[in-house]
Design a binder for this molecule. Structure first.
Ligand SMILES: C[S@@+](CC[C@H](N)C(=O)[O-])C[C@H]1O[C@@H](n2cnc3c(N)ncnc32)[C@H](O)[C@@H]1O
Length: 234
């Protein structure tokens, strides 16, 4: 399969939502499988980076079935999982009826200005069609001095590993995930969306351009994943 440009991957937000509707039932199982269980460690690191205090209001955007939202509860925060896919939200609500799931598009959030102490998004920003608009919306709904943590697949830093990883990703991921979900096409799209996503430095630049301050990032698992942190200027 050739490398698609980011523009050629662009779908209408409704198409993205309907693609996730289709894989919702097996989404968490496939995640565990294709990340070889690493996703649990990544979620722990996101929790540490958000560093929620008891009572903090945390918005988990593109939260899917809410698995990425759960760790913040352990710190006593009030977490609001939000997503555009009704299929993902339905699976989440069945699994965790106590969580307050909210349907919404990350580029036009149904929340008031400054209504959260922190906003976070795990493995979702690259699926939002307009990245800049989402980063600006995240800034709007966080209070001045509040923070953002973006957890996203990124570019492995060691070149030989990058080559192996990209081959594993491009070839094995759609095959394995396709066998479990019977939807190889969606995972081909997801693999391409990882490969064409801006690297660590370029994402930091996008965050600065959206108005975030003190932008910093750390690589995890050799750069397979990067955690970007920033604060809303006071
Ligand atoms: C790969 S899943 C990540 C789910 C969850 N955060 C996790 O870590 O398991 C990406 C999610 O992004 C959501 N998404 C895509 N575009 C969106 C948008 N414009 N607004 C809100 N959610 C969106 C999808 O519906 C999907 O649930």
């Amino acid at each position: 399969m050739g490398c698609m440009s980011r523009a050629s991957l662009e779908k209408d937000p409704r198409e993205v939502a309907s693609m996730f509707d289709g894989i919702a039932e097996r989404y968490d199982l496939v995640n565990d499988l294709i990340s070889l269980g690493q996703d649990r460690r990544w979620r722990r690191l996101v929790r540490d980076a958000v560093a929620a205090l008891p009572g903090d209001r945390i918005l988990d955007l593109a939260a899917g079935t809410g698995t990425s939202s759960e760790p913040f509860e352990l710190d006593g925060a009030v977490v609001v999982p939000s997503d555009i896919s009704l299929g993902m939200l339905t699976v989440g609500k069945r699994r965790r009826p106590d969580l307050s799931f909210v349907a919404g598009d990350a580029t036009a959030l149904p929340f008031a200005d400054g209504s959260f102490d922190a906003v976070t998004i795990s493995f979702g920003l690259r699926n939002v069609v307009d990245t800049g608009a989402a980063l600006r919306e995240m800034l709007r709904v966080v209070r001045p001095g509040g923070r953002v943590v973006v957890c996203e697949f990124s570019t492995p830093t060691w070149h030989p590993f990058r080559v192996v990883y990209q081959n594993y990703l491009m070839r094995a991921l759609p095959v394995v995930a396709g066998a479990v979900t019977r939807d190889k096409g969606s995972y081909e799209y997801l693999a391409e969306s990882i490969r064409s996503w801006p690297d660590q430095h370029a994402l930091a630049r996008l965050m600065l351009d959206a108005g975030w301050g003190a932008v910093a990032y750390r690589n995890v698992s050799g750069g397979i994943v990067a955690l970007h942190r920033a604060t809303r200027p006071a």
